[in-house]
Design a protein around this ligand. Sequence first.
Ligand code: NAI
Length: 329
Amino acid sequence: AKDPVRVLVTGAAGQIGYALVPMIARGVMLGADQPVILHMLDIPPAAEALNGVKMELIDAAFPLLKGIVATTDVAEACKDVNIAVMVGGFPRKEGMERKDVMSKNVSIYKGQASALEQYAAKNVKVLVVANPANTNALILKEFAPSIPEKNITCLTRLDHNRALGQIAERLNIPVSSVKNVIIWGNHSSTQYPDVYHAVIDGDKPVRAAIADDAWLDGEFIKTVQQRGAAIIKARKLSSALSAASSACDHIRDWVLGTPEGTWVSMGVYSDGSYGVPAGLIYSFPVTCSDGVWSIVQGLAVNEFSRKKLDDTAEELAAEKQLAYLCINE
Ligand code: NAI
């Protein structure tokens, strides 16, 4: 039997945490033959709720779940973890300035970066979910210099999956028939969902199948960009089950590899590919093999796409600047 993998979920008493931990314990993230030990972190005001989640995990009697660490102590939470899914953060509340929210998250991610650096397994793979996801990941990278930059990513797989879903709905085909959409840039409303290279049924271009460029260049992009807000409006709560499921997809493909001929979107540390400034955490098309992601190279970027890639990079550069202002205060 395989040795258990230790998976940390921060913000585990929250909405996404509640959807995510049972998926991990069922093998959705790492496979049905991979035992896991769940590490769950939250803050003291949520300690009782966190203990409730732990009780339910015990009650669910998951065969793959070999242990549970539920704590408000960040060092204990990070001890020897192989995978870290960072869902905890400070949400924007009504009337709050962007800078105040950034400042709170910078201080959270600075602290958690140090704890991961000190206590996590050396090869820990990190996925940041909490918003602003790209910039939180960048802060985490800056303050955990011994963790390879290749091991620090943020979640744009939910946006990727949303784009697949919209194409499938429009064509009235199963979502599994659609692949190779791309989310470029920030996990925010400036992200660019690109279908120029997307295909259905293995090799048929999505653009030809849909044959409605006005929809693809307009409503489709907007729907994907604004989907988070639409879910909040409908549910009065933000996306949780889809975020949790996409986080599992992200880690599973990263660890176990992407299928031949298929790429996915991940927020990763830019090396300057596609003219994106190096040093931003930016969502790119990637393939994964042997636990390592690589940016898909050589895709054509037309003028329409170029502008959108640049706009979202510009927003990320501004976020980075704001984050640094907060660090230096
Ligand atoms: P939530 O508010 O239900 O849960 C967040 C949890 O984090 C709470 O239990 C809170 O106590 C905890 N927390 C706060 N500060 C913490 C800290 N310093 N250490 C550990 N835990 C801490 O929020 P929800 O709905 O679960 O969303 C979590 C985050 O995920 C939010 O930032 C949200 O914006 C983001 N999100 C990102 C998505 C993506 O695609 N990247 C999609 C959906 C949500």
